[in-house]
Each structure stands twice: as structure tokens, then as C-alpha cells.
Design a protein around this ligand. Structure first.
Ligand code: NDP
Length: 386
């Protein structure tokens, strides 16, 4: 061993670049004075020491990370596990996570069996660089194992009754996150109306909010770091049908206004929801917060949405209106799943539950956090139906 200088070669985990780090005790750069100290130091920083050798270095460099290096380290991206990755929102989360440069893992549930569409989708994600991890909600250890591979877990499990509603299954996921003990951030399947504001929601629609609140309580009781995404209205569901329940394509002839059609709601394109969501995962400003997605140009009433459509098709629609009482009475006799959905429309379109409050200090707004994202406006979105 040279008397004065130790050269330590080590490798960053996330890239293949080797860095040579030098300590010279005579210059009182004491950081690497003892190999052991350096070893623990780097272990602490989650670096892997490739090899250690002692010889005079060709060139002395500072042990302290240079500003550029420091900045790069700061920008290191979390590894992400997406659960429900083949779903309506989940597939967009996978795409956004890959596009944003995150090492992306997708839970591949044994239960999907021979669902060829899902398997093909998973394989195409794999081709794009995602890792598929086998696991099941019925196999706790498989969830723990999958979670241990990553820093962040995003769950996009189903929560729309007309499709499937599995929100409470997330309690199993929370148990696994607790056992794994490594998760820096968990984003549960929310992506809609903020359930914390829906204490007075009507039956049976309130089940969605109640279940999401049960999940929140379990997360917070377990002290798991979280971000809740309140995504407001998915554009496909609401804009496609000109805010009319049961419709997802806009008519060129007529529209039924819910009440006076003047209550403001908020519409967000699904790929934008996914992108905003991914942006939050390494953002300390979103830690243990609700992030509301409120693109300013997309806070519009049903009438305003209809006007945009009318302008695009160059034609005025025939309008009728359904009063609140009639709307609520129409629920009777309908299937449970439809009743749940209709109650959601009731709170959004008759009560204006999405836009009738200011965002408090305990929450943040996505378009303010990420002004660089050019979100899709309602007008741009509606053009796809022309
Ligand atoms: P989907 O109905 O598309 O389902 C998502 C995934 O859930 C599926 O792909 C599947 O994942 C997983 N899943 C379904 N059933 C089970 C099960 N029994 N066990 C385990 N996993 C299961 O979900 P959405 O994308 O429609 O909903 C995601 C979230 O978005 C929900 O919280 C929902 O409430 C919210 N939402 C909000 C809307 C709004 O307008 N704000 C509109 C629609 C949804 P895989 O097979 O890939 O493992």
C-alpha cells in the first residue's frame, strides 16, 4: 500500500460509470483515510464498491461530488412497481413511467391466465423496457418480493363498479408494503374525487369514497409515505359523453343537461393524469400530500363543454334538462353498479363537488407543480371525436 494515497474504485448502482475517488491524508482530505470508513460511507449511500485497491492514482480528484455529479445523484429516478398495469389507467402509468426514465416493474398476476390481450400488453411493455414480476394478491410473499425490487409502488387497481371494484384488496398490498419495509412512496388507487371531501356523499355511490378512505387510514396507520392523486374527471368518461352518464360518444344532435348545466367540473386527459402522477413520485413537495389535478383551462361547466363541441361541429345541439329530483328518482330499480356511477355524476354535476373548494395548505396542485407539462385542453380533446 502506498503511504499516502488510497485509490478506491467504485461503481454507481444506476449507471456503468466507474469513478475514481482519492483521499490523501497529508492534504487532510480525511474522508477516505481509512478504507473501512469509506466502505461504510459508500454503503450508506447505497453505492456498490466494485473493487478496492491501493496504488498511487494517476490523477488526484476531489472526494466530494462535483456539482454536476451531485445534481445527477439528486435526479436519480426511483424504481417503480405498477399494480394493475394492464388497466385503463394502469397502462398509461406504465407508459409514463418508462417515458420518464424510471426502471419500471409491472405485477403480472397469475390470475390473468390466458387473457391474451393482457398478456400481449405485458409483453409489449417488456419490449419497451419494463420488467414483469409474477405475483398475486392471494400470495403475500409474492407481493413482498415484488415490492422489495422497487422504491415506489403505484396501484391502479379497478375502482369503477360498472367494470370492477377491488379497492379494498389494497389492504393486502399495504400489509406487504409494511413487511417489505423499503417503500419510499405509495400511491394507492385513487385518481378521482378526493374521498376525504365526500363524507356526506349519497348511498350507494359513497362506497367508492368510503373504501378509498379505509385504504388511506391503513396507509397512514402504517406510516407508509404516500401521495394521493385526485384526478377529477377522466376525459374519456366525461367529455366523450358531454357529461351525460351512460354515454361516451358526443351526439351531434342533442344533449341532456344535468340541472342547469352550470356547475363547474374538472376534466383531465388520461395520459396527462399518468404523467402528472409519475412526476410526483420523486417530488418531496408531493410527499404525504394530496395532489389535485386542476388544469386551469379545463375547469368548465357542462354547458361550456357543450359549447366547445358545438363550435367544433359548427352546429347547435338541442338541449333539454333533467332536474335534480328527477335524476335521483331515476336511480330506483337500476342495477347497483349503475346507481353507484349515477351518484358520482350527481355529486359532480349537480353539486359541483370537484371545483367548489379552494385547495388548502395540506395539498398541492399539479399544473402549478409542473408548469412544463403541456396538458390537453378540453377543446383539443374533443377534436378526436370529429
Ligand atoms: P380497471 O377497471 O381498468 O382495472 C385496473 C386493473 O385492476 C386491472 O387491469 C387489473 O390489473 C386489476 N384488477 C382487477 N380486478 C382485480 C382483482 N380481482 N384482483 C387483482 N387485481 C385486479 O381500473 P381503472 O383504470 O378504471 O381504475 C383505476 C382507478 O381510477 C380506480 O381507483 C378508479 O376509481 C379510478 N377511476 C377514476 C375515474 C374518474 O373519472 N376520475 C374513472 C375511472 C376510474 P392486472 O390484471 O393488470 O393485474
Amino acid at each position: 500500500m502506498e503511504n499516502y494515497t488510497a485509490l478506491i474504485l467504485w461503481k454507481r448502482v444506476t449507471s456503468n460509470r466507474y469513478l475514481a475517488v482519492v483521499a490523501n491524508p497529508h492534504k487532510k482530505s480525511l474522508f477516505l483515510y481509512k478504507t473501512k470508513t469509506a466502505y461504510h460511507c459508500f454503503q450508506h449511500q447505497q453505492k456498490t464498491i466494485k473493487s478496492i485497491c491501493y496504488k498511487k492514482p494517476r490523477k488526484e480528484i476531489s472526494i466530494e461530488p462535483q456539482p454536476r455529479e451531485r445534481r445527477k445523484r439528486k435526479m436519480e429516478k426511483s424504481k417503480v412497481l405498477i399494480i394493475g398495469g394492464t388497466g385503463y389507467l394502469g397502462k398509461r402509468l406504465v407508459k409514463a413511467s418508462l417515458a420518464e426514465g424510471h426502471e419500471t416493474y409491472i405485477l403480472h398476476r397469475a390470475e390473468i391466465g390466458v387473457d391474451i390481450e393482457k398478456v400481449q400488453m405485458l409483453l409489449s411493455f417488456k419490449e419497451q423496457g419494463a420488467h414483469l414480476v409474477s405475483g398475486s394478491f392471494t400470495d403475500h410473499q409474492s407481493l413482498v418480493k415484488a415490492i422489495k425490487l422497487v422504491d415506489v409502488v403505484i396501484c391502479a387497481i379497478s375502482g369503477v363498479h360498472i367494470r370492477s371494484h377491488q379497492i379494498l384488496l389494497q389492504l393486502k398490498l399495504i400489509d406487504a408494503i409494511k413487511d417489505a419495509g423499503n417503500v419510499k412512496r405509495f400511491l394507492p388507487s385513487e385518481f378521482g374525487t378526493d374521498p376525504a371531501r365526500m363524507e356526506d356523499a349519497l348511498e350507494p355511490g359513497r362506497v367508492t369514497f368510503d373504501d378509498k378512505m379505509i385504504v388511506r387510514k391503513a396507509i397512514e396507520d402504517a406510516q407508509i409515505p404516500f401521495t394521493y392523486i385526485s384526478a377529477n374527471c377522466f376525459a374519456g368518461y366525461f367529455l366523450g359523453g358531454l357529461c351525460q352518464p351512460g354515454k361516451i360518444l358526443p351526439s351531434r344532435d342533442s344533449v341532456v343537461l344535468l340541472g342547469d348545466g352550470n356547475k363547474k367540473a374538472i376534466y383531465v386527459e388520461e395520459d396527462d393524469i399518468a404523467l402528472y402522477t409519475i412526476k410526483t413520485i420523486d417530488d418531496p413537495r408531493a410527499l404525504n400530500k394530496t395532489v389535485y389535478l386542476r388544469p386551469p383551462k379545463n375547469v368548465l361547466s357542462q354547458r361550456e363543454v357543450v359549447e366547445i363541441w358545438e363550435k367544433l361541429i359548427g352546429k347547435e345541439l338541442q338541449k333539454s334538462s333533467i332536474p335534480k329530483e328527477e335524476f335521483l328518482a331515476s336511480l330506483k330499480g337500476q342495477e347497483y353498479a349503475h346507481q353507484v356511477g349515477l351518484i358520482h355524476y350527481y355529486h359532480v354535476c349537480y353539486e359541483g363537488c370537484l371545483a367548489n373548494f379552494e385547495i388548502g395548505n395540506d395539498a398541492v396542485e399539479a399544473s402549478e407543480l409542473y408548469p412544463e407539462i403541456k396538458y390537453t385542453t378540453v377543446e383539443e380533446y374533443m377534436k378526436r371525436y370529429l
